[in-house]
Design a binder for this molecule. Structure first.
Ligand code: UD1
Length: 374
């Protein structure tokens, strides 16, 4: 009998954990076929950004923790690369899996491919076509060095084909982040976070904003003022990312913090429970655009573009533009039924990880085979 295939997954940030959790569970279930090693780069390190997710999602302790922490993009990327290389040499995986589009994703993909290890990219093919976003660079680089491109929406295939990717590398498997939501749904629904916080279901707006384009410049102050206006019509709940919190502190929030219910980052279950019972979400996150589409909750995205256009075309997402003044329109847009006629995209139903495992079980896992040099 052949030995199990050793799959090594690299996570680093909050949104990575939800994408890899169902794969870790699936590979553990199929332990005759697979042996799974989990590496956490430590790009996110606060308990509220990391530990709570690993615990809630049942991922358990990573096998390796690289503790790279914060820094400039170059520093963070370089630290992941330096510290991951000896781990890959030691573990000798058959394939390295990287999810999403964060610095850890790109860094890990580069290290693996340079050691001659095949890479599988989860959430491949998404493009905002905005190269000022660090995530866009990370996506393009990770895709270009990955043998297996796991996609979850039709435009991802079109984007990859337009870049000259061989069709055989592309696998339409569905959305592993939605796998996690489906698996956790009973616990999410049982939590009743709105009531616990004293918010009336259907009468509050959940806000998350953390992108550098908004938070690291003058637009944050405008966004907060616009939110203060919204708070006159609709309760606002704002779990703030550490980066956002630091920028808010620098602005001197004063009484606004309480008016907007600015709270610490929430755990997965609590956040999703709040989201599921909300009137809508205002965000610049990628994952929340997808989660709201699945939940049928109106989403308003404060960005000029989205790498997830299917959430606008099919789902509940409205692209507001990076125009803080437009935040004031949100209560009226919700009132008018924005996003209510949405559908859930195909294969966003909870079985993406099983499909990924099937591909991993059957694929020829050597770089040359897929690169066409075999
Ligand atoms: C990163 C990702 C972004 C993703 C987001 C999810 C990149 C380029 N960006 O952005 O795509 O949407 O994660 O949250 O990889 N900090 C803490 N504690 C932590 C983590 C961060 O205090 O646990 C603070 C630090 O001040 C740090 C700042 O947040 O400098 C930014 O963290 P960083 O990992 O560089 O990027 P994010 O903004 O979190």
């Amino acid at each position: 009998m052949p030995r199990p295939r050793r799959i090594l997954s690299v996570v680093g940030t909050r949104p990575n954990f939800m994408k890899v959790a169902p794969i870790a569970a699936e590979l553990a279930r199929r332990r005759v076929e697979f042996d799974h090693v989990l590496v956490h780069t430590g790009q996110h390190y606060d308990d509220s950004m990391s530990r709570v997710f690993l615990e809630e999602l049942g991922v358990g302790e990573p096998d390796h923790l690289l503790e790279v922490g914060s820094g400039s993009h170059a520093q963070q990327t370089a630290r992941v690369m330096e510290r991951l290389e000896p781990v890959l040499l030691h573990e000798q995986p058959d394939l390295v899996l990287v999810p999403g589009d964060v610095n850890s994703t790109m860094a890990a993909a580069l290290v693996a491919v340079k050691l001659g290890l095949p890479v599988g990219h989860i959430e491949a093919g998404l493009r905002s076509f905005d190269r000022t976003m660090p995530e866009e660079i990370n996506r393009v680089v990770a895709d270009s060095v990955s043998e297996l491109l796991f996609i979850h929406s039709p435009e991802a295939r079109a984007n990859l084909l337009a870049e000259g990717v061989e069709p055989g590398r592309i696998h339409d498997v569905g959305n592993t982040m939605i796998d996690t939501l489906v698996a956790m749904r009973p616990r999410i629904d049982a939590l009743g976070a709105a009531a616990a916080h004293g918010f009336e279901p259907g009468r509050y707006l959940v806000v998350t904003l953390h992108r550098p384009a908004l938070v690291d410049g003058a637009l944050l102050a405008d966004a907060l003022l616009a939110l203060a206006k919204v708070a006159e019509a609709l309760t606002v709940v704002f779990p703030a990312h550490p980066r956002t919190r630091t920028a808010m502190d620098a602005l001197g929030l004063g009484a606004l913090g309480e008016r907007l219910h600015v709270v610490e980052p929430l755990g997965y279950l609590e956040f999703l429970s709040l989201l599921a019972d909300s009137a809508g979400a205002l965000t610049d996150s990628g994952g929340i655009q997808e989660e709201t589409t699945y939940l049928g909750i109106p989403c308003f995205t404060l960005r000029d573009n989205t790498e997830r256009p299917i959430t606008v075309e099919m789902g509940t997402n409205t692209l507001l533009g990076l125009v803080p003044e437009r935040i004031a329109e949100v209560p009226a847009l919700i009132e008018q039924g924005a996003g209510r006629a949405a559908r859930v995209p195909p294969l966003w139903e909870g079985h993406a990880a099983a499909r990924i495992a099937d591909v991993l079980a059957g694929a020829r896992l050597d770089v040359a085979a897929v690169a066409g040099a075999a």
